[in-house]
Write a protein that binds this ligand. Structure first.
Ligand SMILES: CC(=O)Nc1ccn([C@@H]2O[C@H](CO)[C@@H](O)[C@H]2O)c(=O)n1
Length: 109
């Protein structure tokens, strides 16, 4: 609980948007909001637990579902309506969400 989380999962279909630098935020519920600004986090696919890349957390800010707007959609590289549908599917009963902003770390492989 007091540990700094060092892993995050994303739906596999979204991971190309992350590695290409097009998707620079994610919106999560409270249970996934405990990322620490400045820390590095490993990205894995949800479905197959494959390592995708590393990111550095830049900010974690609370947001209400109804305040998700076109600006977030741009940073998600998704249509606003699609983004809101996705979030409703993942977190059907939550209005209290968090915008996590991150930057892609260079991969040293
Ligand atoms: C356990 C787990 O992996 N959960 C999630 C939760 C959210 N997301 C994506 O973050 C953005 C905002 O919600 C949208 O792009 C979502 O599709 C994701 O990829 N995976």
């Amino acid at each position: 609980m007091t540990d700094v989380p060092n892993k995050i999962t994303f739906f596999e279909f979204l991971t190309p948007l992350i590695t290409s630098g097009k998707k620079t935020i994610t919106i999560r519920d409270k249970s996934e909001s405990h990322y620490v600004v400045g820390s590095q986090v490993e990205v894995f696919t949800l479905e197959t637990d494959q390592k995708v890349c590393d990111i550095e957390i830049e900010s974690v800010e609370p947001i209400k579902f109804d305040d998700i707007n076109e600006f977030h959609a741009q940073q998600e590289s998704l249509e606003l309506q699609r983004l809101k549908e996705l979030i409703k599917e993942i977190y059907p009963n939550t209005n209290e969400l968090f915008v996590i902003t991150y930057k892609l770390m260079p991969n040293n492989t």
